[in-house]
Ligand binder design. Sequence first.
Ligand SMILES: Cc1ncc(COP(=O)(O)O)c(C=O)c1O
Length: 442
Amino acid sequence: MIEKINIDPQVETIVMPENLRVGLVVAEHRKKCLNAGCPFDYAGLAFGQSPFHVPPPLESALCEHAGKGHYSAAEGIAELREAIAGFNKRNFKLEIDPARIVVGPGTKDLIFTIFTMISGHVIIPSPSWIGYAPQLELLGKHYHTFHLRPDCDFRIQPADLDQFLSSMTHEGKQHLLVLNNPNNPSGVVYSKEELGEIADVCRKNNTLVLADEIYALSTYEFENFTSMGLIYPEGTFITNGLSKDRSAGGYRLGSCILPEKADDKLAEDFTKIAATVYTNVSTPTQYAAIAAYEPSPEIDEYFAITREIHRMMGLFMSEEFNKIQGIKATTPQGAFYFYADFNLLTESLKKKGVMTSNQLGRSLISHPYHIAVVTGDAVMLRPEDYGARIAFVDYDGRQAFERYKKNPPKSKTAEIDFVRDNAPQMLKGIEYLKKYIDYVVS
Ligand SMILES: Cc1ncc(COP(=O)(O)O)c(C=O)c1O
């Protein structure tokens, strides 16, 4: 008779991803507050989902291919891999043989496959996206948190990286550096020169790079974006997909470009894992995705409009945060996040019983402040480091898109008006944050 189902202890090492955990906490507070007649719902600065609609050519292609119920190639159908190669050439000047491209169910899964395959230790710069460390914990792999300096805007400093890597002494000494550019949570975008210096350090220290470039096309000055694949082709895995710049996170489709140095064996191993774990990405989604990668003036316009709206929202929000005494926010250059440092308020926070960064997140969401952000260990901060990831996507994206298309703002004042008209909930969030800080310092 089965009395209890025992779970493998490895599973106990991870917790529900923080953005989902915050979602549950928010739902709980919301219910309590709404029942008590509280006037403000909450400012959703935690969940990093694109607010925009799926580009129409992608949506109609999915309907068109809905009947394709057959299984398909584990590494992705050939037509899609060719379209992805063309897309990379047009947008990132990358000349990629489609044989080096593997398609997966979102980049999260592809990142998991890379972590599974590559031996050696992984280096995760912090603050970081919430996804990497739990995957490594689940796999039981060694990883090291590389804390970035606030005085350098949380950008990797090549000399610091060199020192960090040279001090590692594990057997084989192969490392894998996670390089998320544009960065979630800081919004930082690395220049070509910075990437060149980081690549030199990696070459010197036998370090591969996992270049998570999922936000590449949401770089506000897109002409300034350089893929690590151009700078360090022999050692870089590039992951990208439809989730962010084409607002199709739920489609679950991403791609990985294997390093130039990869031999056939690496590609075969990748495919072997894909075939073992998920067989193939949904076949209709793969056929539909071709429309999202082939040349399309409509999708190019979509990229241009959405990145402009992200830029206006991000700059406005980060400026507003910086106006609040005690908070220092990064200025985003891409993606839809910035990082807010609350450490100047350490003493006051402690006096109010907020002893850790995790507790900061909990106290911000509590009544009457209602601000949902991601803090603490989820972004790989030290417990006493009061910081938060701020996502600026809490608005009606379709409406903002249509309004922008009809009447794009032409001055700084018009941009501010655009944000005020389209993102009232985020503005309320700022007001509530000010109240929270007043309470903390009182
Ligand atoms: C930095 C970063 N990498 C990867 C992902 C995962 O994206 P996907 O939907 O392709 O799995 C996300 C999504 O939040 C992200 O922010």
